[in-house]
Design a protein around this ligand. Structure first.
Ligand SMILES: *Cc1c(COP(=O)(O)O)cnc(C)c1O
Length: 450
């Protein structure tokens, strides 16, 4: 295989154009010892060869999606300016691009009025959401499902807020009876709904959580770091769609452009439905009320220095691939989901395998069959290792046996957790590569005589 390198020609041309904009400045010396640079970069090359091929369609393990060449090009171009979006002074043009790009993200969720900005990633974005939640509901408990990202428990700890994990149903979603039981105790300030769990892509039943908010009055945060963009996909199941259709009713929302939005790492986003939460940020601004047209990025962000390049890359990507429901970007998400459904179909029809449940997004979790949990877990590990030797990179995932559904009643539950295989079909190429991926899984299972 080869890397995409044609964009480098555009980069050179674009840099010539960019420097022309500063042409009136006196020249300064930027001569370099190019031999020394080349020596070092070749050392870097050899070190970087020690990676799994995250960029290749046969990598379907962890949540790693390569940036779009457009994003990579815009990010690289920005490096010659290296803007800092902490404040307008440090990142003039890129701050404006960030506001426009973030407004487009908010619009994707149906928000014209909002407060929001980019962050270093989903963790920082969730920290900001929970920090505001703690200001609005001081001292009260944060709850999230047991399959929510572990960051919520840890961030609650950082913020000094009590945290409790809510039991899940057999599809890895927050169990509504368990939530109601905890709400009845009366000390819950914030519920975190996971819209696409990191492990299995499960979507918490948002409509039912919203109904409970009516009764209990908690703050509702949606962690859509992984699944947020699927609001654009037209082929989610009705139950999943029902959650996305009400996503605009939450109080805050996190989405990670560096997960499904084709961006290089270092690009998360926090959005608040009510711009008035800007008043909780301690700052020297004379403003006490913020709206999208008034926001000053440095005044409404916990992080200070942030890469303006991330905003430039996101803006450029969204310009090339607008986030509309009928656009190419939405279609590529729908294609990831089709790939997941097709793989689930193949696994369900094959007596050697057993999927945990039908995928809600583009993540498929399954195990090889076996009589005992310990045997199944061992087979998952073998499949994972052997497939990697045939260039197919999957991931393993530990799942609690108490969440397995009735179809597992024939299995001897000799352990509390089962090791499953997790396949993230999040690349635009995955649908076209599914037969290749399946062929390797099939051969591997045959070789291991499952
Ligand atoms: C990835 C992820 C996070 C953490 O985000 P980072 O960008 O890795 O910091 C939080 N929540 C969910 C649901 C995620 O998938």
């Amino acid at each position: 295989m080869t890397f995409e390198k044609n964009t480098l020609k555009i980069l050179e041309k674009a840099l010539g154009e960019l420097e022309a904009g500063f042409g009136s400045l006196p020249e300064f010396d930027h001569s370099l010892d190019l031999d020394a640079v080349q020596d070092v970069i070749m050392q870097v090359v050899h070190r970087m060869q020690d990676n799994y091929p995250y960029f290749h369609p046969l990598y379907a393990g962890q949540m790693l999606k390569p940036p779009h060449p457009m994003a990579r090009l815009a990010y690289m171009l920005s490096m010659w300016i290296n803007p800092n979006n902490h404040a307008l002074d440090g990142g003039r043009a890129s701050s404006h691009l960030e506001k426009e790009a973030v407004a487009e993200l908010a619009a994707m969720f149906g928000w014209d009025v909002f407060l929001g900005h980019l962050t270093g990633g989903g963790t920082m974005a969730n920290l900001e959401a929970l920090w505001i939640a703690g200001r609005v509901k001081p001292g009260q408990k944060v709850v999230a499902s047991q399959q929510a990202h572990y960051t919520h428990q840890r961030l609650s700890d950082v913020l000094g807020l009590p945290f409790e994990a809510i039991e899940c149903d057999t599809k890895g979603r927050m169990d509504m009876n368990a939530l109601r039981r905890i709400l009845d105790k009366g000390d819950v300030g914030t519920v975190v709904a996971t819209i696409g769990s990191t492990g299995t892509g499960s979507v918490d039943p948002l409509a039912q959580i919203l109904a409970l908010r009516q009764k209990y009055g908690f703050r509702l945060h949606a962690d859509a770091a992984y699944g947020g963009y699927f609001v654009l996909a037209d082929n989610t199941a009705p139950e999943t769609r029902a959650a996305y259709d009400r996503l605009h009713e939450v109080d805050s929302l996190v989405v990670d452009p560096h997960k499904h939005g084709l961006q290089p790492y270092g690009c998360g986003c926090i959005l608040f439905r009510d711009p008035a939460v800007g008043s909780y940020y301690n700052h020297d601004s004379p403003y006490t009320y913020f709206s999208s047209s008034e926001l000053h990025l440095g005044e409404i962000s916990l992080e200070c220095s942030r890469p303006g390049a991330s905003a430039v890359a996101l803006w450029a990507t969204q310009k090339l691939l607008p986030m509309t429901r009928d656009g190419a970007f939405a279609q590529s998400l729908a294609s990831c989901r089709r790939a997941a459904m097709a793989l689930h179909g193949k696994l369900s029809a094959d007596e050697r395998f057993r999927p945990l449940f039908a995928p809600e997004l583009d993540i498929v979790v399954f195990t090889p069959r076996g009589d005992r949990i310990s045997e199944i877990s061992r087979r998952s590990e073998e499949l994972f290792r052997t497939a990697a030797r045939h260039d197919l990179h999957l991931a393993t995932f530990t799942y609690p046996c108490r969440l397995l559904d009735a179809t597992w009643s024939d299995v001897d539950m000799d352990a509390e957790t089962v090791t499953a295989i997790r396949v993230c079909l999040m690349k635009p190429e995955h649908e076209a590569w599914l037969d290749r991926i399946w062929a390797i899984m099939d051969e591997t299972a045959t070789a291991l005589s499952f």
